[in-house]
Each structure stands twice: as structure tokens, then as C-alpha cells.
Ligand binder design. Sequence first.
Ligand code: 2NL
Length: 339
Amino acid sequence: MQEKLLNLKDIALGEIQDASTIEELEGLRVKYSGKKGQLTAIMKEMGKLSAEERPVVGKVANIVREAIEGGINTKKEEIKAIEKEKQLASEVIDVTMPGKTFTVGKKHPISQIIDEVSEIFMGLGFSIAEGPEVETIENNFDALNAPKDHPSRDMSDTFYINSELLLRTQTSPVQVRTMKSQDLPIKVISPGRCFRFDSPDATHSPMFHQIEGLVVGKDVTMAQLKGTLDNFVKKLFGEETKTKFRPHNFPFTEPSAEVDVTCFKCGGEGCAMCKQEGWIEILGAGMVHPNVLRNCGIDPEVYSGFAFGMGVERIGMLKYEIDDIRLLFENDMRFLNQF
Ligand code: 2NL
């Protein structure tokens, strides 16, 4: 039996030595010292031995058990140390490797213009008003005094959603909402996205942006409109900029005007930018039509107002000398990063 035990010890220690994982070692512990293990089995047989033999064999059995357990524990530490080494080696950082580059984004040129114009008007005491891009025909056309047969109402010019809704063709409906819901005086600008049923080309996009302004109160005058716009263009294009009002016609204003500024490239001398005219058209404006005030629940006998509107893409294209509106919406970073 002693021989059996010593033999078992040699085999066990050999297997322990060959083990390469913690799991394998656990298996060996079960194989030898577990409840149904080989060492346990031999020790169970000790009952059959004589009283003289039993302590001697018992001593050997203990030595064997300790040798196996000790071997397993020692090997376990060895494997743990090797695994730790491996992990450390795999986590070594090569500080000479090139780093990841993070590109910092920037505002789209259209957003830059909207923010710049908004800042100027906020400085003049205006608030910013926003509204839905899906609008009612009432807010987009009827309230704004657009005749029923006005060409802009045509199915081929406007994206209709159903018999009551459309994609707004200008941001004026935001101001209509403001007039219908807020107390006077009103002094707001409404920047935002607009939609018209146009085929894209160098100067047209079915989606574009506008900034409109509206002032309504007692004794609001055309002189104040001119002063406000004069102040605005000087801040946007430079103090030397002059304005010129040309008579025009809009259904929602009376009188109406188109507003030109002295060319900010040549200062009015005439150049390619202003087509040798010295002036560049930048805005539409006028005194709010009495019908519009009435449609929005404001008495035109007591109150008056002025309004204006500008195309953001047009201003951006002039300012940054962009010759094709589509470039603004292709989102090619090589283009956008220039502004
Ligand atoms: C242009 C011309 C304009 C308005 C917009 C307006 C709004 C209300 C009442 C009266 Cl609620 N008028 N807006 C007035 C004149 C011109 O825009 O050329 N836009 C790009």
C-alpha cells in the first residue's frame, strides 16, 4: 500500500507539473484528493490494515496528500505569475505610435450668417421667434393677404401636404403666429428653413433659409424701417455701407420696397460682384399691409408696423463669393471647411 501511495504521488506530481491552466489543476485536485479521488480511495482501504501498519501507512498517506496539495498550490502560483506577465506584455503602450487625430467641427456657413444677423438684431432689441416648418395655408398665404390666384400659391410652386397644410414658403407665418398670440408692441425676427417647389440649379434650392423681421406698435413708421435696416447693413457689411430703397410690390406690405446696399467689394465703383452697378439687392421690406394686421386681430387704425425679409443663402453667397447654391447643401467638408 505504501508503494501504491508513493507511486500515486509520482504520477500526480508529474501531471501537476505538466498542467498549464488553473482549470487543469482544479481537475487534478478532484482527480486525486476529491471525494471520489484516487488518494481518497486508497485511504479508505486503510481500515483493512493491521493496527501496527495503520499509523505507518497513515503517515505516508499524509505526506503524499501534502505533496500533491503543495504541488498544486505551487503550480497555481506559477501559472498566475505567467498569466500576469502575459497580460502586462500585452498592455504595453508604444508611446512612439502616431496618435488619433480628432477633427473639430465648425458651424455651417448658413448657420454662421443666421447667428451673425440674429446677434445684430438682438442688439437692436429684437427677440427671436421660431415656428413650425409644416404650416397652415391660412398662416402662410391667407393671413398674409396673398390673393387666391397669386402665382406662389400654385401647386407647382408650393409643397402642399393636404387641403390645409403645406411646407412654409417663407418664415412670415411665424410672425403671423406672433401677432395672433402676443401683446403689442412686437419686435421679432424669425430665421428658419423654407421650401419651394423649385428644381435645383446654381441659384435655386427647394430648401433654403430666410430671416424675416417684424415690428408692430403705435406710430411705427417707414423712417424707423429705413433707420433699422441702415443700422443693420452697416453692422453686417461695414460702416461705410449705404442703402437705397426701390419701390416694389409685395401682397403683405404697402408701400413695399426692395433694398439695395452699396457693393461691399468695390464700395460702389462697379465690379464683377455687383455687375458694374455699384449696388447689390439684399432685402425686401415695407409697411405691414392693413389687411395683414386685421387678419391677425390688430386694428390698423390704431397700430402700424414694418416688416422685412432676406434670403440667407443669397447673403452667404455674396459674402463668401459662392457661385452655386448647391455647394451649401452637398456637405462636402472640403467646401465647408473654407468658411
Ligand atoms: C424678400 C421679401 C419680405 C416681409 C417679407 C412680412 C411679414 C409679415 C407681414 C408683412 Cl408677418 N411682411 N414679411 C415683408 C416684406 C418683404 O421679404 O425678398 N424676402 C427674401
